[in-house]
Design a protein around this ligand. Sequence first.
Ligand SMILES: NC(=O)c1ccc[n+]([C@@H]2O[C@H](COP(=O)([O-])OP(=O)(O)OC[C@H]3O[C@@H](n4cnc5c(N)ncnc54)[C@H](O)[C@@H]3O)[C@@H](O)[C@H]2O)c1
Length: 252
Amino acid sequence: MDRVKEKVAIVTGAGSGLGRAEAVMLAKEGAKVAVTDINDASGMETVEIIRNAGGEAEYWHLDASEEKECKAVIDAVAEKFGKIDILVNNAGITGPDVTTEEITEEDWDRMFKINVKSVLFMTKHTIPYMRKNGKGSIVNTSSLSGIIGDTELTPYHATKGTIVIMSQKDAVQYAPEHIRVNCICPGTVMTPLVQGLLDDDPHYLDNDIKRYPIGYFGEPDDVAYAVLFLASDEGRFVTGTKLVIDGGYSAQ
Ligand SMILES: NC(=O)c1ccc[n+]([C@@H]2O[C@H](COP(=O)([O-])OP(=O)(O)OC[C@H]3O[C@@H](n4cnc5c(N)ncnc54)[C@H](O)[C@@H]3O)[C@@H](O)[C@H]2O)c1
């Protein structure tokens, strides 16, 4: 119940899928959670879920790819809750499913703005609060697509690979200040994001499942438990790691 008791956490993209599961899990384990998203209705629904379960949460509208909004929301969260212990950089999109020959510069830039600059801006403006706090834990959301190649979602792979090295770089930089930076690399987890890919191609996952030795896809809580560990003091000696959550996919 109390694995992150009294800690203050910010989760981006917490209105859906993994972000919602992570926000709910952190609140269940005692954190005060700043739920942020671009979708106000779903973000507020996450807050309701947390409050109905007896947890503490507040909603802020936040497009995490906009630096000014990131700073304003981070300042407001620190003002409201008094400090920031945990940042979960979860917001992200899959973008166009195209090859390298097909990608446009516009789509490439948009993907890096949403998936990568969001991590940069949120980290940049949270670090001063964590420094003041004497420690902190940042969990960035990469993907299985960030550590292996594939024939799909070219810019998505590139952004998620970038997040791995950003996490390792920041881990080394901020470790002396006891600010830990890790990333998670989930395989396929059934969320609205994956449903969107299935809507585009109903056979999207037909062959995919054969590549999962464990025989099933992940559920949002499988990822939320990993985030909880990295966010909590149980992970105090863990920084710069990429925690792969993929049912053995990448072990082959
Ligand atoms: N579901 C999977 O299989 C899977 C696997 C590996 C990694 N991931 C990553 O996990 C993260 C969450 O994925 P999901 O499956 O829960 O997706 P999702 O689409 O269900 O949820 C994403 C949430 O992010 C929000 N969002 C989108 N752009 C935003 C922005 N600019 N600022 C703030 N919020 C924004 C959306 O409104 C939505 O609530 C993403 O970074 C994704 O790449 C997902």
